[in-house]
Design a protein around this ligand. Structure first.
Ligand code: DP6
Length: 346
């Protein structure tokens, strides 16, 4: 017998950035963060998990290539999921197949470049955790699954929810309170749009995992960011989302991106994620906002040069149109227009 389950998980793009860990093994962050989950028809991972006594060992395939499944992060996720399944098997009043002891085969496909700073690990671990949780028939809530996915990749905990999602840094050493929660569903602000500008689909130089550890160790700007700047912005951002206040949403998003990249530059050796194309995108957003006399577009960059531009549907022609017009002619740019909607199960 082969037992099977499939799941999708979309990419999420942080508007308040996670950068820095207080515990690198459990992926416990130094600050809370907040993101917008993109529509799963845009950037997403699709994962099928199967288990069978006929398999010899656990295996993981990403975009057709064999991956190392023995990494501590993947193992942490598998261990947690198997423990929950074992509990279910031992507590069930009727006998359940012992899936927890069967080898797993995990097959994932990304519909976007992997490790190019497009949050592929976020969608990847979220889809993996959800596919196996479904395969095991776990009654786990998205919050509980977010605690598991966090151990695969921090930002993955936010991809278990659609819409506007916060990741509470938590206080406990065991990480049990370091979980994601929904700030508002996508339907709360259905006019929100995201334009993804792919400046480079190449693998990034410095991974988020090692980059943020070096920042924590060496940046003098970092403590103020983690202890004062981000906590204040978290509150303001949640309020802006509740009140559908794009001006504040946009201003905080841009300030956050700049603060994060400033701490990267303040790291020793310095980390550069943005390039000339990224800076050109910032200038375009600045001139669009100046011409409109208000914030109509907001940029943000993760650990790579690709830009994500948030805007409202009413400004589609102005924002997406301008980017298409200016950058469409330039080589190396390829736009993906997204809509922030709730992630649905397959
Ligand atoms: C800049 O979640 O990739 O995208 O926990 O080490 O896997 P690990 O890091 P990861 O870091 C994401 C960093 C970021 C900001 C964010 O998504 O909040």
């Amino acid at each position: 017998t082969i037992y099977r389950s499939s799941s999708y998980a979309p990419v999420n793009i942080a508007v308040i950035k996670y950068w820095g860990k207080r515990d690198p093994t459990l992926n416990l962050p130094t600050n809370s963060s907040l993101s917008v989950t993109l529509s799963q028809s845009d950037l997403r991972t699709h994962t099928t998990a199967t288990c069978s006594a006929s398999y010899t060992s656990d295996s993981l395939l990403l975009n057709g290539k064999d991956q190392d499944i023995s990494t501590a992060r993947t193992q942490a996720c598998l261990r947690e999921l198997r423990t929950l399944r074992r509990k279910l098997e031992s507590e069930s009043p009727h006998p359940l197949p012992e899936l927890s002891s069967l080898p797993l085969k995990i097959v994932s496909e990304n519909n976007f470049p992997t490790a190019a700073g497009l949050a592929s690990s976020a969608a990847g671990f979220a889809a993996l955790v959800r596919a196996i949780a479904d395969l095991y028939g776990l009654p786990a809530s998205p919050t509980e699954l977010s605690r598991i996915a966090r151990q695969g990749s921090g930002s993955a905990c936010r991809s278990l929810f659609g819409g506007y999602v916060a990741w509470n840094k938590g206080e406990k050493d065991d990480g049990s309170d370091s979980v994601a929660y929904e700030v508002a569903p996508a339907s709360h602000w259905p006019d929100m749009r995201a334009l993804i500008l792919v400046a480079s689909a190449e693998k990034k130089d410095v991974s988020s995992t090692s980059g943020m550890q070096t920042t924590v160790k060496t940046s003098s700007l970092f403590p103020a960011r983690a202890e004062q700047v981000v906590p204040k912005r978290m509150k303001e951002m949640e309020k802006a989302i509740q009140g559908k206040d794009f001006e504040t949403f946009g201003n905080i998003t841009m300030a956050e991106s700049n603060s994060f990249h400033a701490t990267c530059l303040d790291t020793s050796p310095p980390i550069f994620y943005m390039n000339d194309t990224s800076r050109a995108a910032i200038r375009i957003v600045e001139s669009l906002n100046q011409a409109a006399g208000k914030v109509v577009a907001a940029y943000t960059f993760d650990a790579g040069p690709n830009a994500v531009i948030y805007y409202l549907a009413e400004n589609e022609a102005e924002v997406a149109g301008t980017f298409k017009c200016i950058l469409g002619k330039k080589e190396g740019w390829e736009g993906q227009r997204g809509k922030a909607v709730t992630a649905k199960k397959e």
